[in-house]
Ligand binder design. Structure first.
Ligand SMILES: Cc1cc2nc3c(=O)[nH]c(=O)nc-3n(C[C@H](O)[C@H](O)[C@H](O)COP(=O)(O)O)c2cc1C
Length: 378
């Protein structure tokens, strides 16, 4: 019998790929790569387990030696990194899946301790204030951020070129595309924001100039690979990592119109609790596949896609605990709840040891049409 959830299982052409369903694994940092940033056997297994998603988007991965935000997060700026990502890509493709690597440059959300003593870089020499209002599950700030070094014009061009080189490495490694992380207050969003970007040159000031860095990154990658190889994630208006935008509707309306002209693979929009209609405002401005994310469960995702409000839905925390989320949604099986305490710990515990439905403990499960309800740590 036809059901409202069937839209989730319809194939879709996205960029250079034919995705087998509309269910996307949201990018999630899990801090389990090698210190060097090379993906490990455990990472290969984690992504392989989840390969029945229409598309996997990896955890934030630095395109630059200056881009790392946290310990044990991966990179993609050396041949060793690329060799590690090739193993991930091969494992996912072996299961018939598709995978984009999320390129995440932390900018000022880094520390000299992670950068061999060098200062983090940013559009302007403005440190994020330490009045971090967010608590678990996000990584906690342990000490004040250092004041970042303002990127010179030449440094900006070099950083754009690092993204290009990283995307080329990804392509050579057999990865299907890259997603530019322009959300959550990391470097591209620092450029977009009015409190982190105080520049008066061509990279700051007006909405057009604050958008120029991200658009230049997209153009550089598209020229070196193909427009369908690049995509962008934004979180309009979100103040995570202490960024502010005096006019998010204006900024993102302009930005999304510009992205629409570029035939990128998709636009990924996170609505992190904004009090305005983020998806409804941006959807008509983008002529291409749109992914929506944050707080979705099966019924909400199907309703959104069924009503034409989006083409795909990304699920984050549901994917932590449900490697077979697609099969659970298709068969109307319950989903398992994730354990918040192991989101960012080490090893397989809370990472690759979440079982498929048949082997899961009924006490850890809930209905597929309920919001994710993580078990809070003490
Ligand atoms: C453990 C964890 C790590 C995350 N890391 C990233 C990241 O590296 N890049 C990113 O764009 N979003 C990251 N996010 C945000 C998720 O992509 C997603 O937006 C969030 O979990 C909300 O979706 P959900 O309600 O389906 O979980 C992370 C979220 C979690 C829970």
């Amino acid at each position: 019998m036809a059901s409202a959830n069937d839209v989730l299982f319809e194939p879709l052409k996205v960029g250079n790929l034919n995705l087998r369903n509309r269910i996307v694994m949201a990018p999630m940092s899990r801090h389990r790569s090698a210190m060097s940033g090379v993906p490990t056997d455990l990472n290969v297994e984690y992504y392989r387990q989840r390969a029945s998603a229409g598309l996997l988007i990896t955890e934030g991965t630095s395109p630059s030696p200056l881009g790392q935000a946290y310990l044990f997060t991966p990179g993609l700026h050396t041949e060793e990194h690329a060799a590690g990502w090739r193993r991930v890509a091969d494992a996912v493709h072996g299961e018939g899946g598709a995978i984009f690597v999320q390129l995440m440059h932390a900018g000022r959300i880094s520390d000299t301790l992670l950068l061999n003593g060098e200062a983090p870089v940013a559009p302007s020499a403005v440190a994020p204030p330490l009045n971090e209002p967010y608590s678990s599950p996000w990584p906690k700030v342990k000490r004040a951020y250092p004041t970042p070094r303002e990127l010179s014009h030449q440094d900006v061009l070099k950083t754009i070129d690092e993204y290009r080189a990283s995307a080329v490495l990804a392509q050579k490694a057999g990865i299907d595309g890259v997603e530019i992380h322009a959300a959550a207050g990391y470097l591209p969003m620092q450029f977009l924001s009015t409190n982190a970007n105080l520049r008066t040159d061509e990279w700051g000031g007006s909405i057009e100039r604050r958008s120029a860095f991200l658009l230049a990154v997209v153009d550089a990658i598209a020229a070196a690979t193909s427009p369908g190889f690049v995509s962008v994630k934004v979180s309009p208006g979100w103040t995570f990592n202490q960024v502010e935008d005096t006019d998010p509707v204006g900024t993102y309306s302009y930005l999304v119109r510009e992205l629409s002209k570029r035939s990128i693979a998709y636009l990924h929009v996170g609505n992190y609790g904004m009090d305005w209609d983020v998806y409804g405002t941006l959807r008509p401005l983008f002529d291409g596949p749109m992914i929506v994310n944050a707080g979705f469960h099966r019924a909400a995702a199907a309703a959104m896609i069924g009503a034409g409000g989006a083409d795909l839905t990304a699920f984050g925390q549901h994917y932590i605990a449900n490697p077979d989320l697609v099969e659970r949604y298709r068969n109307d099986w319950d989903v398992s709840r994730p354990q918040l305490a192991t989101y960012y710990t080490q090893g397989y515990d809370g990472y690759t040891d979440y079982p498929v439905y048949a082997e899961s403990d009924p006490a850890t499960r809930q209905g597929a049409d309920l919001p994710v309800n993580p078990i809070m740590p003490e």
